[in-house]
Design a protein around this ligand. Structure first.
Ligand code: SAH
Ligand code: SF4
Ligand code: F3S
Length: 485
């Protein structure tokens, strides 16, 4: 779920080892005028939830009179929305901070704020570690950001890292920052209660809570009315979405929520991420099968193919359970794209257990995988209970074996699509050539094709003529959502 446009292209180690995107100064729907004359710049790292949160932050600041700029040299307030999932995610942010030091030298009155998971993990220690940081604000404290900015303007350091059991920002209409005007994220829940032993997220994002289903629906409707054609429902574990209507006492589960959103309009595509193998129900799969506009794509992180390691990881399922869920997907949603996350070199993982991960990958034949070596995170269950005892070289070697196998599978899965015709939602011109457009098919694969008179937001039919391990290449054979015969 970490990259809007997952790709194995170029087998860039950085991309594979760490999903953290280099923070981008994103295009935006409103280069809003600054009522206060002050401008902010925001860069996001980590998962889609962080990118989605940045849109909430932008909305809050905009309401308080701040304008948005894409150039940090122009900014009065520079924000980094950070990720703490692996050590190298944090290192990347630290390096970026050093670069921003130059801006601060030129313009000492500019404020630098650290938001997100690294801010929550390190709290006020961040101020000690990096003297140029003025504001530290955790993921549940964004409403307080304008106040924190005031405090920092007065010359004091400002910190709010309180986690909440209720905050879902449900009343805040996000300011869309990456507006291609076609695809948008909708955050449906926050936090995580799963306590996987390797994972820092329960500590950085707090307790799991689900957002009001009607506010989710209203956001989807609003996006559709503004011309958006695809929404991705976001949560760390969407299958455990559960919202009780306080008026009727009726509980809405994830399958029901998905059906509500899919009913907004048949031409609004619905995606979701991330699914947890222990929670994904047949009801969810049947709902996917029932609605043409719910995309046939599931990101189902396995982490390891070995049951002992899964137990140490506290994933609460074993290899057999996971494979049963894969079977259920293949039976109920036959043409479903499936991707995963894998961690290699977890504490005490043996060579045979590593082989189990490879053999599971052979069985499933994933379309795409995000692959990482284990990075110990302070404070997690694994850091407290187990020794990080797999030598770095072994981790890298195992990771390379996993990457090589996945590249083979991605290639084969894409080759198998040659000759097929897919509905593609056009997103933007392709990077390869100005004459090509690109967009994703139902299975979340990027499709590139030569196009004239085609605009972002159009549905087209594309017949695949060739493929790499990252992209399908094809020709347009029709328009509209349904397959040309
Ligand atoms: N909620 C999602 C995962 C979010 S974190 C889920 O449960 O599937 C994204 C991915 O980062 C995880 O799936 C895992 O593969 C990887 N990851 C998390 N902690 C890690 C760590 N300490 N070392 C290496 N990879 C890690
Ligand atoms: Fe982390 Fe596990 Fe929660 Fe995913 S489900 S965010 S891996 S604790
Ligand atoms: Fe990173 Fe936080 Fe997401 S740790 S992966 S930004 S939830």
């Amino acid at each position: 779920m970490y990259d809007n446009n997952p790709t194995l292209e170029g087998l860039d180690q950085h991309k594979l080892l760490d999903e953290t995107r280099q923070g981008e100064a994103l295009g935006n729907e409103a280069m809003a005028e600054a009522a206060t004359g002050k401008r902010f710049y925001i860069e996001s790292y980590g998962c889609q939830m962080n990118f989605s949160d940045s849109e909430i932050v932008a909305s809050i600041l905009h309401q308080h009179g701040f304008g948005l700029t894409n150039d940090y040299n122009d900014a009065d307030l520079i924000l980094l929305n950070t990720c703490a999932i692996r050590d190298n995610a944090e290192q990347r942010v630290r390096n970026r901070l050093k670069e921003l030091g130059a801006v601060k030298k030129r313009k000492p009155e500019a404020l630098i704020g650290m938001l997100g998971c690294m801010a929550e993990r390190l709290k006020a220690d961040l101020l000690e570690e990096a003297k140029l940081v003025d504001i530290v604000c955790g993921p549940d404290a964004y409403r307080d950001l304008p106040m924190l900015v005031n405090t920092a303007d007065d010359g004091a350091k400002a910190v709010n890292v309180l986690l909440s059991r209720e905050e879902t920002y449900s009343d805040i209409s996000p300011l869309r920052l990456d507006a291609n005007g076609v695809c948008a994220f909708i955050s449906i829940m926050r936090g995580c209660d799963n306590m996987c032993s390797f994972c820092v997220v329960p500590f950085t994002r707090g307790r799991e809570r689900s957002r009001n289903a009607f506010s989710i629906l209203a956001e989807a409707r609003d996006l559709f009315e503004r011309g958006y054609k695809e929404v991705t429902l976001l949560g760390q574990n969407v299958d455990s979405y559960k919202w009780e209507n306080p008026e009727t006492g009726k509980v809405v589960n994830f399958a029901e929520l998905m059906a509500m959103v899919a009913s907004v309009d048949p031409s609004l595509r619905v995606r979701f991420s991330t699914s947890h193998p222990k929670d994904i129900t047949d009801e969810v799969l049947h709902t996917m099968a029932r609605f043409d506009n719910i995309c046939n794509y599931i990101h189902l992180p396995v982490q390891s193919g070995n049951s002992r390691v899964l137990e140490l990881m506290n994933r609460t399922y074993d290899r057999e359970w996971y494979l049963d869920r894969i079977n259920a997907i293949r039976n109920i949603v036959p043409d479903c794209g499936i991707s995963t996350d894998v961690i290699t070199g977890f504490c005490s993982e043996t060579e045979e257990e590593h082989q189990d991960t490879l053999s599971l990958m052979e069985m499933v034949q994933y379309d795409l995988a995000y692959m990482f070596f284990y990075s110990e995170r302070p404070g997690t269950l694994a850091a407290r209970k187990y020794t990080d005892d797999i030598p770095h070289e072994t981790k890298i070697r195992r990771l390379n074996e996993i990457i090589a196998l996945q590249t083979k599978h991605s290639h084969a899965r894409n080759q198998a699509d040659i000759g097929k015709t897919f509905t593609v939602l056009v997103e933007k011109p392709s990077k390869r050539s100005a004459l090509d457009m690109c967009g994703r098919n139902d299975q979340n694969k990027m499709v590139v094709f030569p196009a004239t008179n085609v605009n972002p937001g159009d549905y087209v039919q594309v017949r695949v003529t060739s493929a790499t391990s990252a992209t399908l290449i094809g020709e347009m054979v029709g328009r509209g959502m349904h397959k040309a015969v």
